[in-house]
Every structure is written in structure tokens, then in C-alpha cells.
Design a protein around this ligand. Structure first.
Ligand SMILES: NC(=O)c1ccc[n+]([C@@H]2O[C@H](COP(=O)([O-])OP(=O)(O)OC[C@H]3O[C@@H](n4cnc5c(N)ncnc54)[C@H](OP(=O)(O)O)[C@@H]3O)[C@@H](O)[C@H]2O)c1
Length: 239
């Protein structure tokens, strides 16, 4: 069997990935988010707020001794308060960093601890963003957290190469612009703090936003050919 731990399966990209994986009976999905919307015999949900790092640290990766593939998909993400530095509430700032960077890093660390010596195909996919490569006004902590996710992935990959017996494959994959609740939040931002608001409204109006199901297909295609991919930081657009 293949075991997939996926954060953020209640909606959007994470839900679409989980539902597609569940079409194959050899896949078991463990979803992690505050709310749950999937009901399936091979699906288990762990209700968890990833901004609470103590709870993220306590999340258990079970022994799956017969696993063929073990996969962690750090997909949960929050755009956070769309405001310029100097106006952001520090509690929001910390919350966004916790969800987007610190909790995924903790999950990576614990996933690797749990399956360090296990003989299985072991893959970690971090859902990153073009915003981790290019600054966007109003999104400081979101951009910073996604840049951090790219870098922690690159370091984990470098470590896996020098200690090759670990055999972890790590990818940081940007999904492009996708029609999810996160995009609704972006279109609803205050233009005083976000100069590109109109551009994102046009993405929606002109049909540029990708469908979450199509993006999920690409993530699964990449995961299924992970051993043939040499780069760590990639985009679904390239596949
Ligand atoms: N949509 C885009 O255009 C786009 C572009 C680039 C990157 N991304 C990335 O893609 C990923 C998925 O986003 P999406 O577009 O599918 O957004 P979405 O529809 O808003 O879904 C976000 C998911 O993250 C979970 N989440 C949010 N806060 C959480 C928390 N505190 N604890 C646990 N889970 C939490 C949500 O679950 P609960 O609310 O149930 O907890 C939900 O399942 C994110 O990492 C995002 O940064 C999206």
C-alpha cells in the first residue's frame, strides 16, 4: 500500500489531490487540517490547527511496515493578513509563518525521523509558490514563508544526497494560480495594501486561474515520476 499524509485536505488543491489518490484502492490518505470534507474507506482525518506548533510537533507518523510508498504533502497554506509591513498585527504575522513554514518544517523533520531507516519509496512534497521567488506587496510573510519552504527543501535534498541511505526524495512544487478560496481572499484584499488587486481580479474574470483538479493531476504525475526529476524547486507548469 501507499500512504499519503496530506495537510489541507478540506478544500482546494489538497482536497483535489486526496480525492484523486483515493480513486486507487492501493492508496491510503491521512488528511490533516482544522476541518474535514472527505468521506472514504481509505481516508482518515486528523483535526489539527497547524498554527499551533505544539500540536504539529505531537502529530504521529504511524509505522507502516509494509508500505511501498510513504509520502508527505505539506499543502496547507494561508495568505495571512494582506497588509504592508508596519501595519500587520504581529499575531497574524506569527500565525502565517507557523502555518506556511514552521509547521511544514516540523512535519518534514518528524516524517524523516519516523521513516529514516524504512525500506520504501519516501517522498516529501512541499506546496510552494511563485511568491517565494518574487516579492509581492502586501504578502511579506507569505512570500518569506514560501521562500523558506523552497530552501528547507533544497537543504533536505542536499542532505539526502550526502547521506544517501536515507533515500528521501524532496520536491518543492509551485502550483501556479489556482481557483481556490485563497484566490478569493486575495481578490477581497484592501487595495491600499495590495497594488496588484485588480490584476488578480482579472485572472479570475479572464479564466487564467487553473482548476484545482487539473493541478492535482499534475502533482500526482510529478509524484509518480519523482525519481526521474533532478531539480528540487519546480513548478507544475513545467510538467
Ligand atoms: N491558489 C493559488 O493560486 C495558489 C498559488 C500558489 C500556491 N498556493 C498554495 O497551495 C496550497 C493550497 O492552497 P489552496 O489554494 O488550495 O487554498 P485553500 O483553498 O484556501 O485551502 C487551504 C487549505 O489549507 C488548510 N489550512 C489553512 N490554515 C490551516 C491551519 N491553521 N491548520 C491546518 N490547515 C490549514 C485549509 O484547511 P482548514 O481551513 O480546514 O484548516 C485548507 O484545506 C497553499 O500552500 C498555498 O499557499 C496556492
Amino acid at each position: 500500500m501507499n500512504y499519503y499524509y496530506i495537510t489541507g485536505t478540506s478544500r482546494g488543491i489538497g482536497k483535489a489531490i486526496a480525492e484523486k489518490l483515493l480513486q486507487d484502492d492501493t492508496n491510503i490518505v491521512i488528511g490533516i487540517s482544522r476541518s474535514s470534507s472527505i468521506s472514504h474507506k481509505n481516508y482518515t482525518h486528523i483535526h489539527l490547527d497547524l498554527s499551533d506548533l505544539e500540536k504539529a510537533k505531537a502529530l504521529q507518523f504511524e509505522k507502516h511496515n509494509q508500505a511501498k510508498r510513504l509520502c508527505l504533502i505539506n499543502n496547507s497554506g494561508a495568505i495571512g493578513a494582506i497588509q504592508t509591513l508596519g501595519t500587520i498585527d504581529n499575531a497574524d504575522l506569527i500565525n502565517t509563518l507557523n502555518i506556511n513554514l514552521l509547521a511544514p518544517s516540523i512535519l518534514m523533520n518528524n516524517f524523516m525521523k519516523a521513516y529514516y531507516l524504512q525500506q520504501a519509496e519516501k517522498i516529501i512534497v512541499n506546496v510552494s509558490s511563485g511568491a517565494g521567488k518574487n516579492p509581492v506587496d502586501g504578502w511579506s510573510i507569505y512570500c518569506a514563508s514560501k521562500a523558506g519552504l523552497d530552501m528547507v527543501s533544497r537543504v533536505a535534498d542536499a542532505e539526502a544526497k550526502v547521506k544517501s541511505k536515507h533515500n528521501f526524495k524532496i520536491l518543492s512544487i509551485a502550483p501556479g494560480v489556482v481557483d481556490t478560496q485563497m484566490q478569493t481572499e486575495i481578490r477581497n484584499a484592501d487595495s491600499n495594501y495590495f497594488s496588484r488587486k485588480e490584476e488578480f481580479i482579472q485572472y479570475k474574470n479572464t479564466g487564467i486561474l487553473a482548476d484545482a483538479n487539473a493541478v492535482a493531476d499534475k502533482y500526482i504525475k510529478i509524484i509518480n515520476s519523482a525519481d526521474k526529476i533532478n531539480e528540487v524547486v519546480i513548478s507544475v507548469k513545467d510538467y
